[in-house]
Ligand binder design. Structure first.
Ligand code: GLU
Ligand code: MG
Length: 437
């Protein structure tokens, strides 16, 4: 029997997973119009395959409509099936936006940025992950030897990303045990998050080809090295010209960039519930892990929640096109669409409020007492997902950015997730999350 190629239509949901349905690839055009049926309560499927309280119950029907621009077809040859998937938006049957569609939520945020400033977002997600299944052992952090052992994987990954229309930038044998990092070049608007979601899938697809598994868990092993997601952002004007850098301003941030960053830092204690949304995310977000423990800006400081990335004029390089800032309080247990939506809304809010330029910190903030931190307008980020969710629940400004009903659904999902691991030790929690991310 000849096999029938399948396209898998999916959406990035609250759990940060891509979930969807397959159909014969020959129906692709037809499915762009009529989509595939989708069930509201699916949004409450947690990362552990349990279902949180759902306001929808067994009721309702939706459509998942693919966006052809995101179709990813990967032909590895040698007769193996072609990987073929496409991201989409979840709509009501009448075509209106569904309040829990993460992609529509991000589009709203990006539209708000354009409406408020005329600027578009340019950016990319930088991912760290642990490659399981062939333990490398010690002594290999950042080494040529550690890289060489995974050269075949790295080269296949780079080729596969290119086939997915994602341009690889660097592949790194990171610091942690069996830890790697992949960076890819920036893109614009909704495709920043699409690219992040597709990349995670591509890394996993390539790992599977090598009979391996990649874990993007923020902390695969309790007490070990964390896997961060760093979200790089800058702006372009309506002609596509870089519009983030102003050498005359403090630390090169133009007025849009500084107010945007100030807005994100202000609401970070609440929006972190979207950007670092697992129980173990908060075992990573502590001082001295090069993650983020305070709502601070740093100029090239890897302990800052937002870091101004370096620029160089070496060999005639143009600082305007390089200048960007990096959001570090994120991990891959989140939907990239929700992460970016929360950040962009908070940033635009900062611009609308005309917030003053934040001052970068350049010291170990964990040594300052609460009074000193508060004098500088800095606070310790939530120490648990529970606290982050409480902050979100009480932050009416942040809640107002999302469609009616969405935040309630999100809170119910995440509280249920907490209950699933509440009786576990930290070690057991890390193991549970490493199995599913
Ligand atoms: N692994 C660190 C984290 O958890 C990041 C290290 C780096 O700066 O690349 O975020
Ligand atoms: Mg790194």
């Amino acid at each position: 029997m000849k096999s029938e190629p399948i396209t898998y239509a999916c959406c990035s949901d609250i759990s940060g997973k891509l979930r969807g349905k397959g159909f014969p690839a020959t129906d692709f055009k037809k499915r762009l119009l009529k989509g595939v049926g989708w069930t509201p309560t699916n949004v409450q499927i947690t990362c552990f395959d349990t279902i949180a309280d759902s306001p929808f119950g067994s009721l309702g029907d939706l459509l998942l409509i693919p966006d052809a621009a995101t179709r990813t077809q990967l032909d590895f040859g040698s007769g193996s099936p072609v990987e073929d998937f496409v991201l989409g938006n979840v709509l009501h049957l009448d075509g209106s936006k569904w309040e829990c569609c993460t992609r529509a939520i991000l589009q709203d945020a990006l539209d708000r940025l354009v409406a408020a400033t005329g600027l578009t977002l340019f950016g990319t997600f930088e991912h760290e992950f642990t490659l399981q299944g062939a333990e490398q052992g010690k002594g290999l952090a950042f080494t040529a030897g550690g890289f060489r052992r995974e050269r075949a994987f790295a080269e296949t990954l780079m080729a596969t990303l290119q086939a997915a229309n994602i341009t690889p930038d660097t592949f790194i044998r990171e610091f942690g045990t069996d830890q790697f990092e992949i960076t890819v070049t920036p893109t614009e608007g909704i495709s920043i998050a699409d690219q992040g979601a597709i990349l995670r899938e591509v890394v996993q697809i390539v790992a599977e080809r090598f009979a391996r598994r990649a874990s993007f868990s923020p902390l695969p092993v309790a007490g070990g090295t964390g896997n961060g997601v760093h979200i790089h952002m800058s702006f372009r004007d309506s002609s596509g010209i870089p519009a983030t850098y102003d050498p005359a301003k403090p630390h090169g941030m133009n007025s849009a960039a500084s107010a945007f960053i100030a807005g994100v830092l202000k609401h970070l204690p609440s929006i972190i519930a979207f950007t670092a949304p697992s129980v173990i995310s908060y075992q990573r977000l502590v001082p001295h892990r090069w993650s983020a423990a305070f709502n601070n800006l740093g100029a090239q400081d890897r302990e800052a929640a937002i870091r101004l990335c370096p620029i160089t004029t070496l060999n005639g390089a143009d600082p305007h096109s390089q200048f960007n800032f990096e959001f570090r309080a994120a991990d891959a247990t989140a939907s990239p669409h929700l992460q970016l939506a929360a950040i962009v809304h908070a940033g635009v809010w900062g611009i609308e409020q005309n917030l003053p330029t934040p001052t970068p910190t350049a010291e170990d903030l964990s040594r300052l007492d609460l009074q000193e931190l508060s004098n500088r307008g800095i606070e310790r980020l939530p120490a648990s997902l529970d606290i982050a969710l409480d902050n979100l629940a009480h932050d009416q400004t942040v809640r107002s950015w999302f469609p009616d009903g969405f935040v309630e659904v999100y809170l119910a999902h995440k509280h249920f997730e907490i209950s699933q691991v509440a009786e576990m030790t930290k070690r057991e929690q890390c193991a549970a999350y490493a199995e599913v991310y």
